[in-house]
Design a protein around this ligand. Structure first.
Ligand SMILES: C[S@@+](CC[C@H](N)C(=O)[O-])C[C@H]1O[C@@H](n2cnc3c(N)ncnc32)[C@H](O)[C@@H]1O
Length: 205
């Protein structure tokens, strides 16, 4: 039996479905581009060497980070998102796309690098997503997560999302370590990118 998405997930997917056609353009200039550039630097630094390694972008959106994985030489590259409209924005033939819930999607292989960028704050059960990511992690592999810390700037970001009916979670470092431990992972590196992001590298315990 196919399970229907929960009410919060439907609200999140509806929001991103609507944003999808403009998502790349809207986040590609002005303050968003400045933020993106700095966050991406931290994500790529913590992801480390990628050439010839397999990579999975969970909650890939319109493929901002998926493109960077490809540009860094990762192969194969798989991108998963709950929004079909977001996935439709990814046109690079080197990227395999799949619609699915990050907490439950089952892929036919494991990956050396798994990225969860700006998506854990939108899910009802972040631990379930990390458990599923861990399940798809190859031996010696690494997961990199980018998420909003519980700061004043992030609380504004949360208010922004509340204005269209989407509730997001904010995270603190001890909470992230506890979540990681639940999924059989340990944090091996962390960077703070002012004002809206914490980036953590997680590996199997
Ligand atoms: C803020 S966007 C970030 C997209 C992309 N990682 C980026 O940095 O551009 C969050 C993405 O997470 C996706 N998402 C939210 N909940 C999800 C879930 N449970 N499973 C898969 N994708 C999900 C949304 O559809 C959306 O595309």
């Amino acid at each position: 039996m196919m399970r229907r998405p929960s009410e919060p997930r439907r609200a999140v997917t509806a929001y991103f479905d609507e944003r999808a056609p403009n998502y790349r353009a809207a986040t590609g200039h002005g303050p968003w581009a400045w933020l993106r550039r700095r966050e991406a630097e931290a994500v790529l630094a913590l992801a480390g060497e990628m050439s010839g390694l397999s990579a999975l972008d969970l909650g890939c959106g319109a493929g901002f980070y998926t493109d960077l994985l490809v540009a860094r030489g990762a192969r194969p590259v798989v991108a998963v998102d709950a929004s079909q409209s977001m996935l439709a924005e990814i046109t690079d033939p080197r990227i395999s796309t799949m619609m699915g819930d990050a907490a439950t999607v089952v892929l036919d292989r494991r990956f050396d690098r798994i990225l969860l960028a700006g998506m854990l704050e939108f899910v009802a059960d972040a631990a379930a997503v990390l458990v599923n990511a861990r399940r798809h992690l190859a031996d010696g592999g690494r997961i990199v997560v980018l998420l909003p810390p519980d700061t004043a700037a992030s609380r504004f970001y949360r208010l922004f999302h509340r204005s269209h009916g989407v509730d997001i979670h904010l995270f603190d470092p001890p909470g992230i370590e506890a979540l990681a431990a639940t999924a059989g992972l340990r944090q091996t590196a962390r960077r703070s990118v002012w004002p809206l992001a914490l980036v953590c590298a997680l590996e199997a315990r």
